[in-house]
Each structure stands twice: as structure tokens, then as C-alpha cells.
Design a protein around this ligand. Structure first.
Ligand code: NDP
Length: 602
């Protein structure tokens, strides 16, 4: 027995050493500053290839509610507000239509990587069912359109429009909104739901601007150049030598299609993803026939509870996410299993982690025929250091004679680009086209970055108020900024099924606004006491993820190796957070109602 434990400990120690060595091999002193945003001279990477720009007159009118962002967060909040009787509502988005991430990401192979039955919201309300367990992106985008039509959200909506300023008018108790289309209109309530992964980013490769071949980012796929659709058939690549840069969740979905159709595909990898079994399948009509009213909410709650480590009577979703909950606990918020002392629990989780990672590394050896390629595809880090990946087509793509893996880890990524070549160290690769699957800027776009300046009561800006970190009540609203609500994971709950998190946030905001209208509140603004109490609660209950993130290979989960990411959400997890919100609502929401008869706290 002692021998078995000793050998297990030895295996753990070897894995730790290997993981550290791989982490150090990838660390870059320029961390997050290594990337270029797709703005300025790189602005063409962010241009909308899907919808034609239409001129319009600037708006100078007034609406009751403005919702900035027409992805699922904005659509869900608008839907619930419609149900609560709000008729004057304007959706606004920089994109040419609704859908958010599903509007932009139309690359070949794009799919949901959470089970569609729990990811795609309002299935019962809209009266639809996904065609597959992991639905194609186009079907999800069409579902977003269906939600907008079902709740009449196109009326008053504006697209290809970016909010550039919000100023609270203290005389009129409303927001003055400015945009990049010269609009200046008024809104009583403003809701920001502008996403956390929206702006494409490019690697800061020296010479990237010199490249004269074709190039684009996966979130602005150029089907005019490649031919085909999101289902594949990229026939115009048949005579092309194509480079794909990036092997994250997007790379995993794109690479099999490009590999199938390009004359030659070079995959430039810096850090390999984990690639677990996908097991997609068409939706079973017999299962659909067995569903009764309320099934989706029940399934969503069950999935969320399982992932958050809460007890459930029966696990309804069996997939790669529910199989690995103990490993996700290291990084995502949720209930802590207190049946073991912390040290023993951590050791148990680390052993389970190694078992999973060994299984995933063995899967590569089993599928990929060339041993050098198989070795380079193996991920050496703990499971949740990177976003887990799932695919049954990615690994076999490397058995194709026209597909080559270029491992750039030793060089820290691509070294430089010329008019026709991509260089890694001393080797040049001549290519016709470079496709960047290099991800997105991470954060609350606009509000947090300062791209959308918000001026509240007394001329105080939101960035000034948040100079030492966000200060909110429950993540939604801040003292000094009346009638302004945010959807995000900051000081709020988080989960891999973020669509469910957004649904709860939407329902909460709609309920607060409805209550304010009913109580005749002059406006809605958290009391400073309630806000500060929440900031303390988030801080005092925060899980310490620093030790875990420090050991991780660089990525956006750990601030590209600076360990400065994470820790901003409510650590006890979404189930207890949603319970807490419901209780707060039932108690009358009195921390928010200013000027109402029922007002208690100010
Ligand atoms: P990621 O940021 O996850 O991946 C970017 C990739 O680009 C990484 O492999 C990165 O390597 C690589 N890269 C960056 N710079 C260089 C360089 N200089 N040279 C070579 N390689 C480089 O972006 P994704 O678009 O893949 O995913 C973003 C997020 O979108 C996911 O985490 C997920 O949350 C979401 N997503 C969800 C999907 C779904 O189905 N629901 C599908 C796709 C994405 P390294 O790891 O070394 O930094």
C-alpha cells in the first residue's frame, strides 16, 4: 500500500515538474501586451463582412430602456422586460443584427460546445428544439433572430451603432446617450450587455502588417475568399497553402474543415488544447416527445448545480463538463466539498486531474499516427489551466498528408512575417493565406476599458468610482449611477454555461425595473451601504485561485502568466448566488428604490 502511494506521489511530482517546465518555456515578458487589438491600422480585421452598412439619420428621441448589446444577454433582458410590460425599448449593437458572439463567429465548423438543450435559452418560449446535441452556430444565430422576432425587439433597434458616451441628467432623471452615428437620444434606463469576448485580437507579430497574401480573423470569416459555408466545402482553398494560427476552442473547430479543403494546411500551434470526446448526435425525436412543460429550466438548473458542486437527485446531462467537475473546481466558482480537509481534497483533485490529462494524452497517441506530431499535440498542464476542448475530428486531421503541425512553443509563437512568409525561429513558411484563430480581448468591453465613458451623478465617472476595482450591488449597479445595470460575471456568478448565467441576470434586472415602476420610484440606485456590504462579501468569500493559476501555462485565464485574472466573481457559486438574489427580491429590493413610497434605505 505504501509502495502504491509512493509511486503515485512520484508520478504527481514528475507531472508537476513537467508542467512547470512547459509553463516556463511559454512565459513571455510582454504577457498581455503581446497582442494588438483589431483597431487603428488593423481595424479592417474587425469590419463586418456579413451585413451591408446602411446610412440613417441621427436619433434624437427618447426611449424608456436602452439595451447595449444584442447578444443573448441583451435579448434575454429585453424579452423579460417586454413580458413585464415595457413597450419602449431600444436594442443597440455594433453588429449588423442580433446574436452577439453567434453573429460574429460564422467560421466553418462553429458550434456550441455546451449541450444545446441547456445552452440555447428560451427554447420553450420560442417553441423550438435544437437539431443536434451541439447545435451548429448558424442554428444558434437563427434562434437569436427568432427570440428578437418573438418579442418584437427589432422595433426601435439600431445596428452598426456603438455607444460612445452615457451621461446622467440629474434634472430629468434620465441618461443622455451618444453614439458613433451622431445620435443623441435619452433613455430612462440603460442596460449594458456588451460581452466579455467580443473584440478580435491579433498576435503582435513583427511584420504582420507587411503580409501581402490574404488574411482575416476567424470571427470575420471571408467566405468570398474560401468559398463554402459554415458546414464546410471551402472549395476556393483547393489550390491554396493556408496557415491557421491558434489552437484554442475556435482552432479546434476550424482546422478540420480547412484541412479537408485546402491544398495544404499549416497549423501554427503555441500551446496545445486538451481534446476530449465530443459525441455529438442528432436530437432524438422520442426524447423530445417525452418532454413536459418546464423541462428546459429543470435541465438548465440541474446542469448548473452539477457543475457548481451542489447535490442533485439525478444528473441529467452526461458530457465532458459534468465528467470533470472536481477538476473545474480549481478555477470556477462553486460549492466546496468539505467532507475532506483542504489538503487532502486538493491532493485528491490533483490525482484526478493527472488521470484525466493522462487519458487525454493517451487519446492523442491512439489517434495521431506520426509520433512526433502526436508528442507535439500533447498538453502539459492541469485541466482547467486552459479552456477545455472537445472534438472528434480535430486529432484525425493531423493524419491527412496535406496537414502539418508547426510547433512554435520554443520560439514563443510566430517570430515574424514578411510579404509572403510566416517565420518560426530560423524557418520560413511561404503561404497564400493566414487565418488568425487567436481569440478576443477579455473583459467587460466598453464600460471597463473606458471605450464607453459613463458620467453619473455629480459628474463622477464610472472608471473613477471603480478606480480600486468594481464596486457594485450584486454585480449589476453602482451607487452614483442610477438606472444603469450591467450584465457580466463581475461580482456576479460565473459558470461554463454562461447563457444560463445571463438568463438569471436578465430576469433579475427585469424584476428590479418592474418593481421600481410599480413602486413609483424616482429612480433605482443601490445605497452606498448595500453596495459596500456586497463588495465585502465578494472579497471575504473569494476562493484563492492564485496558487493554481501560478502553476498554469500562460493564457487569458491567468492574465497571460501574470496570475492577475480570475477572482472577480462570487466564489460560492451560481446556485447560492441565485438563491440570494431571489431572497433579496422577495424582501422588497429596498436597497434600490429611491423616492418610492416603500423606500427604506438611503
Ligand atoms: P483563445 O484565446 O482561446 O485561443 C487563441 C489561440 O491563439 C491560442 O491557441 C494561442 O496560443 C494562439 N496564439 C496567440 N498568439 C499566438 C502567436 N503569437 N503565435 C501562435 N499562436 C498564438 O481563442 P479562441 O477563439 O480559440 O477561444 C476564445 C474563447 O471563445 C474560448 O475560450 C471559449 O470561451 C469561446 N469559444 C466557445 C466556443 C463554443 O463552442 N461555445 C467555440 C469557440 C470559442 P496560447 O494558448 O499559447 O496563448
Amino acid at each position: 500500500m505504501a509502495d502504491a502511494t509512493d509511486s503515485e506521489n512520484h508520478r504527481l511530482e514528475l507531472a508537476r515538474e513537467r508542467y512547470r517546465a512547459e509553463r516556463d518555456r511559454r512565459a513571455r515578458p510582454d504577457a498581455a501586451t503581446q497582442y494588438h487589438p483589431a483597431t487603428g491600422e488593423f481595424g479592417y480585421y474587425a469590419k463586418d463582412p456579413y451585413t451591408a452598412w446602411v446610412d440613417r439619420e441621427p436619433l434624437t428621441d427618447q426611449v424608456e430602456v436602452l439595451v447595449i448589446g444584442a447578444g443573448f444577454g441583451g435579448l434575454l433582458t429585453s424579452s423579460r422586460l417586454r413580458e413585464a410590460g415595457v413597450t419602449s425599448l431600444r436594442l443597440m449593437d455594433e453588429a449588423g443584427d442580433v446574436g452577439g458572439t453567434w453573429y460574429w463567429n460564422r467560421y466553418p465548423g462553429v458550434r456550441c460546445d455546451i449541450e444545446s438543450y441547456v445552452y440555447m435559452p428560451l427554447l420553450e418560449e420560442v417553441g423550438t428544439i435544437p437539431s443536434e446535441r451541439y447545435a451548429p452556430g448558424e442554428e444558434i444565430r437563427q434562434h437569436a433572430v427568432a427570440i428578437a422576432e418573438h418579442y418584437n425587439l427589432y422595433r426601435d433597434a439600431v445596428f452598426h451603432t456603438r455607444a460612445t458616451g452615457l451621461r446622467w441628467d440629474e434634472e430629468e432623471d434620465e441618461w443622455v446617450v451618444q453614439t458613433d452615428r451622431d445620435d443623441q437620444f435619452r433613455a430612462k434606463f440603460v442596460i449594458t450587455s456588451s460581452g466579455t469576448l467580443t473584440q478580435p485580437k491579433l498576435p503582435g507579430i513583427p511584420g504582420i502588417e507587411k503580409f501581402r497574401g490574404h488574411t482575416f480573423h476567424t470571427s470575420r470569416w471571408d467566405y468570398g475568399y474560401t468559398g463554402g459555408t459554415a458546414s464546410g466545402g471551402l472549395i476556393r482553398l483547393a489550390d491554396k497553402r493556408v496557415a491557421v494560427v491558434g489552437t484554442g476552442a475556435t482552432g479546434l473547430q476550424v482546422i478540420p474543415h480547412v484541412g479537408e479543403d485546402a491544398r495544404e494546411l499549416l497549423v501554427f500551434q503555441r500551446t496545445p488544447s486538451t481534446v476530449d470526446v465530443r459525441d455529438n448526435r442528432p436530437t432524438d425525436p422520442a426524447w423530445v416527445a417525452s418532454l413536459s412543460h418546464g423541462w428546459q429550466r429543470e435541465r438548465m438548473e440541474n446542469f448548473l448545480a452539477v457543475l457548481a458542486g451542489e447535490p442533485v437527485e439525478e444528473v441529467l446531462v452526461h458530457d465532458g463538463w459534468t465528467k470533470t467537475i472536481d477538476l473545474q473546481r480549481q478555477f470556477l466558482s462553486g460549492a466546496v466539498d468539505t467532507s475532506l480537509p483542504a489538503e487532502e481534497r486538493e491532493l485528491r483533485d490533483e490525482r484526478a486531474d493527472l488521470e484525466t490529462m493522462d487519458r487525454l494524452r493517451a487519446r492523442i497517441d491512439h489517434v495521431v499516427q506520426d509520433s512526433a506530431t502526436a508528442a507535439a499535440l500533447k498538453p502539459w498542464y492541469r485541466y482547467m489551466c486552459k479552456r477545455p476542448g472537445f472534438s472528434d475530428t480535430y486529432l484525425p486531421t493531423f493524419n491527412r498528408p496535406n496537414v502539418h503541425l508547426v510547433d512554435t512553443a520554443d520560439a514563443g509563437g510566430i517570430t515574424r512575417m514578411t510579404e509572403t512568409e510566416v517565420w518560426v525561429g530560423d524557418t520560413a513558411y511561404e503561404v497564400d493565406c493566414v487565418i488568425f484563430a487567436t481569440g478576443f480581448e477579455v473583459g467587460i468591453s466598453g464600460v471597463m476599458s473606458g471605450a464607453l465613458p459613463v458620467v453619473g451623478r455629480g459628474g463622477w465617472t464610472l472608471l473613477e468610482a471603480w478606480a480600486e476595482g468594481p464596486r457594485t450591488l450584486h454585480g449589476f449597479s453602482s451607487h452614483g449611477f442610477p438606472n444603469l445595470f450591467h450584465l457580466s460575471a463581475i461580482q456576479n456568478a460565473n459558470s461554463v454555461n454562461f447563457a444560463h448565467i445571463l438568463l438569471e441576470q436578465a430576469e433579475h434586472i427585469a424584476a428590479v425595473i418592474a418593481r421600481g415602476r410599480e413602486a413609483g420610484a424616482r429612480y433605482l440606485e443601490p445605497s452606498e451601504d448595500a453596495q459596500e456590504a456586497w463588495v465585502r462579501t465578494v472579497r471575504e468569500t473569494a476562493a484563492d485561485t492564485k496558487a493554481f493559476l501560478t502553476e498554469c501555462t500562460p493564457g487569458y485565464y491567468n492574465g497571460e502568466g501574470t496570475r492577475q485574472a480570475g477572482g472577480n466573481s462570487y466564489s460560492p457559486g451560481p446556485i447560492s448566488f441565485h438563491r440570494l438574489l431571489r431572497a433579496w427580491r422577495e424582501e422588497g429590493m429596498n436597497d434600490m428604490l429611491v423616492g418610492a413610497d416603500a423606500e427604506v434605505v438611503r
